[in-house]
Design a protein around this ligand. Structure first.
Ligand SMILES: Cc1cc2nc3c(=O)[nH]c(=O)nc-3n(C[C@H](O)[C@H](O)[C@H](O)COP(=O)(O)OP(=O)(O)OC[C@H]3O[C@@H](n4cnc5c(N)ncnc54)[C@H](O)[C@@H]3O)c2cc1C
Length: 370
């Protein structure tokens, strides 16, 4: 009989959620992360737009985003002394029919403020003054160095003797005598606690453990790398896009990443962009600018996974001992990761929560669906 690997906590999924939780929990307990792919961050976590937007998401997400800021801005030894956030800014634009959405965006958020069309064109000279009716800027939106964050947590986890096993796809999960037995193709793992951080596959992983689904819906989001318009140096442009989230563009390595901001519901899979979706996004973008897209250099897609209420699903499954959810981070999984990882480690290790964390646990708990 093959050897069974025992740990205090098994985490299924090596995206930013699973690795962040592992890095924090490993300080006080033995942790094994099981990741099906050959590298961590292969799925959603390797395909994000890598932006931190305080005004994005509902109140729970906002609180986690704000609570994450100090971790992001303080360099540490695992980040090679670098901060995880860099200046960017978010320029939101309203074309015809989107003016009311701009009013709501400004009324609901304290970060963004309205600027004139001339000021917007100073920031992004290719904007078309004939199609843009209103503009706002949110200076606190910043780039997240997502690779640095993931790799720094991989290092932190390993320095605390946490184990990260790639190429280990979990195919069966059974509870017996106070432990979960977790089977991969090569080995059996055993621990009293399992954390389900399987991203788009989280409902499927729950069903392996005979746990009810949380109703998570993966939604595809596509992106294309387009060549820089004309002779412009785009590096210092803000991220800019429709306030109605119909498209957005972010400077990336001297070029522009254009997303059609699609949200098509799909089954969990290794996502890729469809040409038609990219073309529709280009069409919406071209209506707002004066320079058409010259060349699409590359395209990709990833899955943003949401619960019905768009609030992450985090906490113990009611009535099922030792089964913990860490899923449904939608389009905010990076910007909330530091605060969420810390909160998860406290919940899993049964440590005292701050008043803010305490308030969030009820809102995020899977118990809301039961
Ligand atoms: C195009 C796009 C743009 C985005 N932009 C932003 C942004 O600007 N800012 C932001 O904060 N967030 C953004 N997000 C969201 C963010 O990327 C996600 O919320 C986050 O990456 C989710 O992390 P995760 O660890 O839950 O999921 P994943 O990274 O998908 O990780 C889950 C892992 O579980 C593994 N797994 C699944 N089943 C099994 C199994 N049976 N056994 C073992 N392993 C398994 C998978 O292989 C996968 O690696 C964006 C997402 C996309 C797709």
């Amino acid at each position: 009989m093959s050897h069974i690997k025992q740990a205090d906590v098994i985490i299924i999924g090596g995206g930013i959620a699973g690795i962040g939780a592992a890095a924090m929990i490993a300080e006080q307990a033995s942790v094994v992360v099981l990741e099906a792919e050959s590298q961590c961050g292969y799925h959603a976590s390797g395909r994000s737009a890598a932006i931190y937007i305080p005004s994005y998401g509902g109140p729970e997400v906002s609180r986690l985003t704000t609570a994450s800021e100090s971790y992001f801005t303080n360099a540490n030894e695992y980040s090679n002394g670098q901060s995880f956030l860099q200046k960017r800014g978010l320029l939101s634009l309203a074309c015809a029919g989107e003016e009311d959405i701009m009013s709501a965006h400004l009324a609901e958020n304290s970060g963004p403020f309205e600027i004139s069309i001339e000021e917007a064109i100073d920031l992004v000279p290719i904007l078309n003054p004939e199609s843009i009716l209103r503009a706002s800027i949110e200076n606190s939106a910043r780039d997240i160095d997502t690779d640095l964050l993931l790799q720094s947590w991989v290092k932190l986890c390993r320095s605390r003797k946490g184990e990260i096993k790639t190429g280990e796809s979990v195919s069966a999960i059974h509870r017996q005598k106070g432990n979960w037995d977790v089977q991969t193709q090569s080995q059996k793992y055993r621990a009293p606690i399992v954390i389900n951080a399987a991203g788009a596959w989280a409902d499927q992983v729950a069903s392996l453990a005979a746990v009810m689904a949380a109703g998570l819906q993966p939604r595809r989001r596509s992106a294309a790398l387009i060549s820089s318009p004309g002779d412009y140096d785009v590096n210092n442009w803000p991220l800019f896009g429709s306030v109605a989230e119909a498209w957005y563009v972010k400077p990336m390595g001297g070029k522009l990443m254009l997303s059609p901001a699609d949200e098509d519901p799909v089954q969990p899979h290794d996502a890729f962009a469809e040409d038609m979706t990219i073309l529709e996004g280009i069409d919406r973008y071209e209506r707002a600018v004066t320079v058409p897209v010259d060349r699409v250099e590359n395209s990709w897609a990833g899955l943003r996974t949401f619960a019905d209420d768009k609030v992450p699903v985090v906490g113990w499954e009611p009535g099922v001992e030792g089964f913990f959810w860490l899923a449904g981070q939608g389009g905010y999984g990076f910007q909330i990761a530091p605060a969420l990882s810390l909160m998860v480690s406290k919940l899993v290790l049964d440590q005292e929560l701050s008043a803010d964390e305490q308030a969030l646990t009820t809102a995020l708990s899977p118990a809301r669906f039961r």
